[in-house]
Design a protein around this ligand. Structure first.
Ligand SMILES: Nc1ncnc2c1ncn2[C@@H]1O[C@H](COP(=O)(O)OP(=O)(O)OP(=O)(O)O)[C@@H](O)[C@H]1O
Ligand SMILES: [Mg+2]
Length: 260
């Protein structure tokens, strides 16, 4: 679907006046955000802009000081992380890998799926077959089907990141949040991750935090720029990349780094 059509569609997430203060410091300040069903919504912004904190607020890890977060029109602002994940089907991959090293790739996905529940023996076989086929589907989606019996510790860095994406999608989320999914990847891995995300967008809505502008251009339907806890700009990537305020913030950031 085109960006314009998506933007005219319903919100999956509506954020209004969102603010969080950490002992007086406003890490997120009066932010409004609309995430449309089915879009890939990329959040960019310099280090410390508040991107991860915004995701902490959406997933209930951090409680808002002020403002509202609605999932399909329903208030989720002060709900517990477990409820937000299981009842509202919001799944999140954190910045940096979190896989079980001493298990196989297959087992990692199996654990994420919810693993072994106690069910009557007569159903167990069928259930196991269904579960196996679901795990295999996920493994194909993340390009790790051939590596399914490898230990997670043997995977390349990029593959570990994919495994983590798999652990998120195994939980059948409607909204998937990925915090810097291509961090530390080679160019080839980054491109493949972008294609993977675009495939996922056929069945899910995604919020992706990213720094690599080429990658943002590859995947984004819509971009929101955060700076010092506030929304600086939003729009399709083609507009945002030419926005004067955005250019200024990124140039300043680069010059600060050179000065270090
Ligand atoms: N729990 C907390 N307590 C105090 N300050 C915090 C807390 N969480 C985040 N901050 C501060 O809020 C600001 C925003 O941090 P955040 O991690 O959201 O930035 P970011 O945009 O994700 O940056 P990066 O690109 O480096 O990942 C930072 O100044 C950070 O130090
Ligand atoms: Mg961050």
């Amino acid at each position: 679907m085109s960006t314009e059509n998506l933007r005219n569609g319903p919100d999956i997430l509506t954020i209004r006046g969102l603010t969080v203060s950490f002992s007086g410091f406003r890490a997120i300040s009066d932010v409004d955000l609309d995430v449309k069903e089915g879009e890939i919504h990329v959040i960019i912004g310099p280090n410390g802009a508040g991107k991860s904190t915004l995701m902490d607020l959406i997933t209930g890890k951090t409680k808002a000081t002020e403002g509202d977060i609605l999932f399909k029109g329903e208030e989720i602002t002060s709900k517990d992380p477990g409820v937000i994940a299981s009842k509202y089907h919001i799944g999140r991959k954190f910045q940096g890998p979190n896989v079980f090293d001493n298990m196989t790739v297959f087992e990692n996905i199996e654990i994420a799926l919810g693993g072994y529940t106690s069910i009557p023996k007569a159903f167990a076989y069928r259930r196991r077959a269904e579960q196996k086929s679901k795990i295999e589907d996920v493994l194909r989606q993340i390009n790790l089907y051939d590596q399914r019996d490898m230990m997670a510790s043997e995977l390349a860095h990029g593959q570990r990141q994919w495994l983590e994406i798999g652990m998120v999608i195994a939980q059948s989320p409607e909204l998937i949040i990925l915090d810097e999914p291509a961090a530390g990847m080679t160019d080839t891995e980054t491109y493949k991750t972008g294609q993977m995300i675009k495939e996922l967008a056929k069945e899910h809505t995604l919020i992706v935090i990213e720094h690599d502008m080429e990658f943002v251009e590859q995947i984004a339907d819509y971009v929101t720029v955060l700076h010092q806890g506030r929304k600086l700009a939003e729009g399709p990537f083609s507009e945002v990349k030419n926005n004067k305020k955005v250019i200024q913030v990124y140039l300043k950031d680069d010059m600060d780094e050179e000065g270090d």
